[in-house]
Design a protein around this ligand. Structure first.
Ligand SMILES: Nc1ncnc2c1ncn2[C@@H]1O[C@H](COP(=O)(O)OP(=O)(O)OP(=O)(O)O)[C@@H](O)[C@H]1O
Length: 233
């Protein structure tokens, strides 16, 4: 579960997130939409403890810990470009990550996770320096799976992915949500948001100006809502 109450953030005296309230339940995928500079990444930064908020309350996975510590324990973060140890192979990256979590992988466990996330077998033992963006995202998914993350946070996850990679990635996200993760995804990809998310919210200049339940809307209607909401702000 992700629970944000009255989140407030300023930079150099300018408020970039205003009294934001947002809740993502276990098993739910929530798409955070909004134009460039709306405050999506800042909100994510506050959620994961990278950015210090100026006010409000954040709770992750029901933990009483501050966001940075709760995120280390319960959350996985997949950025637009997943950073990996370039000299290590896919398998070695995941193994290293698991050891950081204090886990010794069982025989065949990493291979099974890589397969589940759809990383082609020929890449498993190749250095990550040669991985494409989509391949990196898949390793990110494996890390979320290995961690059993209860909270998954994604920033522009499908930007620059080809349609097939985007679909495969979406399937992995759905699977993680079906396993009970609360998923928050900041995106400009309205089509993918409509396809994947259960709900979406629109952030404009740090204000949450609209929230919609998807499923009732097709991608065209979501785009019309987005544009008319933007025009009305
Ligand atoms: N470290 C910082 N110092 C000063 N201003 C910042 C800093 N980080 C972000 N901002 C400002 O905060 C506002 C929100 O930025 P943020 O990156 O959160 O928006 P965003 O919705 O993620 O945008 P995009 O869709 O372009 O990624 C912007 O006006 C940005 O210039």
């Amino acid at each position: 579960m992700i629970h944000i109450e009255q989140l407030h953030k300023q930079y150099e005296g300018r408020t970039v997130v205003h009294a934001l309230n947002l809740r993502v339940n276990p098993g739910e995928i929530y798409a955070l939409l909004g134009p460039n500079g709306a405050g999506k990444s800042t909100t994510i930064g506050c959620l994961l403890g990278f950015v210090k908020p100026d006010g409000g309350r954040i709770q992750l996975a029901g933990s009483p810990l501050p966001p940075a510590e709760a995120a280390v324990r319960h959350a996985a973060y997949i950025a637009e470009n997943v950073a990996l140890y370039e000299k290590l192979t896919g398998i070695e990256n995941v193994e290293f990550f698991m050891r950081l979590l204090g886990r010794k992988p069982r025989a065949g466990e990493i291979e099974a996770l890589l397969k589940r996330a759809g990383l082609p077998e020929h890449a498993w033992r190749r250095q990550a320096s040669g991985y494409s963006k989509g391949m990196r995202q898949k390793v990110g998914i494996v890390m979320a799976l290995a961690k059993g993350a209860q909270v998954l946070v994604l920033d522009e996850p499908t930007s620059g992915l080809d349609p097939e990679a985007s679909v495969t990635f979406g399937e992995s996200i759905r699977e993680l949500a079906r396993d009970g993760a609360a998923v928050l995804m900041a995106t400009h990809d309205l089509f993918r948001a409509q396809e994947l998310a259960h709900r979406c919210g629109m952030l404009v200049a740090g204000h949450l100006v609209g929230e919609w339940t998807l499923g009732e809307l097709n991608a065209g209607e979501l785009e019309r809502n987005y544009l008319s909401t933007l025009a009305g702000v």
